[in-house]
Design a protein around this ligand. Structure first.
Ligand code: NAD
Length: 437
């Protein structure tokens, strides 16, 4: 059993805290957001993530996890402190490190001899060294501490499983003893442990996310070509994915990536490259292709409705979160698309199983409804924007009857084009050359 403090109880922090507690450690989860901490103390999770509440409740009962907004309390017994605060995009695309800096200063004020500071946030190469400097500057008396990089690779929606069964653990440090202790802490996860220097560990995270985003933009480019040439991108992905050099993951064509990681991380990596005088052409293309996906969705709606002017048209969006099984609305394609549809004159309604509360603040002029069938009522077009499982088995006859005209743009390719046409929909998926005809 180790004593651990996790700073930040957002998507990464609360999972890290709950999972380390479940592995038998004593964890204090800390956040400056007192509302989130009060919520957790009352059994309310700060995010929606499948299985999280059960996991937290179990470990609260076992006395292995507690919540605080006090650094004094959080660091009282800690041997390890994880930094898991946000690193959003700054004005020029750089990672904004204000939260990392603030947490480092607070840690410095409460540091004990031998503390190992583990950075889980995604941070630009060199940030680990910079955090060490901040700590020494803030607390010149501190002698013995270490900063280690241990980037997080979990995916929202399957975060607990991803955390508990990682493909690898990356540990970056020049301090062999600290690296060894952090590696030992992760041994129960039985994953390969890659020990490297700090800067390389920080780069592994950016390179991994940029590669996955590239795969998505790649298949979206192929989808465009499929549409022109009459091939079906779903079958192309399937045929490609069996090749072990390629793999099937991240080859789903659609309306592009969003969320709190890929957009900001590709941007931040491009910024880092530019700061060192490079022209990161591939990264720029990945971002441009992705931005165009949202415009493509709006163009498809106009083309299906046979008018550039969408005045008087009612469009229903099925799904709002940037991907299924999360309430995260950060940089969700649905937000850009809804605003563009409204700009073209459409009245937009939406349904999402989990994210509507979060989405309502970002889309005040979009009417949120209770279920897919109410959504369909009076719609001229339905658009699938998030591939929630529950949309896969809708009663499509009922949906068709409720709509003003049975037109569907499937931005996530969840339906079979031929069947949709058989039911009587004017249907279009993404990159499906024949589109049911
Ligand atoms: P988040 O915005 O959900 O949570 C960050 C939390 O940090 C917030 O609760 C905030 O109140 C808290 N915080 C901010 N400043 C603080 C301070 N000084 N002291 C204590 N708490 C403070 O962020 P997130 O999505 O969990 O991401 C955290 C980091 O992990 C980011 O760098 C992100 O890129 C990276 N990451 C995220 C994911 C993901 O799927 N969300 C996956 C892998 C890596």
């Amino acid at each position: 059993m180790k004593n651990i403090c996790v700073v930040g109880v957002g998507y990464v922090g609360i999972i890290t805290a709950a999972c380390f507690a479940d592995l038998g450690n004593k964890v204090v989860a800390l956040d400056i957001d007192e509302k989130k901490i009060a919520g957790l103390q009352a059994g309310k999770m700060p995010i929606y993530e499948p299985g999280l509440k059960e996991l937290v409740d179990r470990n609260v009962l076992a006395n292995r996890i507690q919540f605080t907004s006090s650094y004094t309390e959080g660091l009282k017994d800690a041997e390890f402190v994880f930094i898991a605060v946000g690193t959003p995009s700054g004005v020029d695309g750089e990672a904004d490190l204000q939260y990392v800096a603030a947490s480092a200063r607070s840690i410095a004020d409460h540091i004990k001899d031998g503390l190992i500071i583990i950075n889980k946030s995604t941070v630009p190469v060199g940030t680990g060294d910079w955090v060490s400097d901040i700590i020494r500057e803030q607390n010149p008396d501190v002698e013995n501490f270490s900063v280690v990089s241990c980037p997080e690779f979990l995916r929202e929606g399957s975060a607990i499983g991803d955390f508990m069964n990682p493909h690898r653990i990356v540990v970056g440090s020049l301090d062999e003893d600290a690296a060894d202790k952090v590696a030992q802490l992760h041994l129960p996860l039985r994953a390969p442990i890659v020990v490297t220097d700090l800067r390389t560990a920080e780069m592994i995270k950016y390179a991994s996310n940029a590669f996955l985003a590239t795969k998505i933009s790649f298949i979206n480019e192929i989808a465009n070509i499929c549409e022109d040439l009459g091939a079906d991108v779903m079958e192309v992905s399937n045929g490609m994915g069996f090749d072990s050099r390629i793999g099937p993951a991240f080859l789903n064509a659609g309306i592009g990536y969003g969320g709190s990681c890929f957009p900001k991380d590709v941007k931040a990596l491009a910024y880092m490259a530019e700061q060192s005088g490079r022209q990161p052409q591939l990264l720029h293309s990945v971002m441009e292709i992705n931005a165009n996906r949202r415009l493509m969705a709006v163009e498809q709606a106009k083309s299906l409705l046979e008018s550039d002017d969408l005045s008087g048209k009612v469009i229903g969006m099925l799904g709002l979160s940037f991907k299924p099984n999360t309430d995260d609305m950060r940089d969700a394609p649905s937000v850009t698309i809804a605003k563009l549809l409204q700009k073209a004159g459409a009245m937009v309604k939406a349904f999402d199983p989990i994210a509507m509360e979060e989405a309502a603040t970002m889309l005040p002029n979009v009417e949120m409804v209770d279920n897919p069938y109410t959504l369909a009522e009076g719609c001229d077009l339905l658009m699938i924007t998030t591939e929630w499982n529950e949309f896969r088995q809708l009663d499509l006859e009922r949906i068709k009857k409720a709509m003003n005209s049975a037109v569907l743009f499937d931005g996530r390719n969840i339906y079979d084009p031929k069947k949709m046409v058989e039911i009587g929909f004017k249907y279009r998926g993404v990159g499906r050359g024949y589109n049911g005809h």
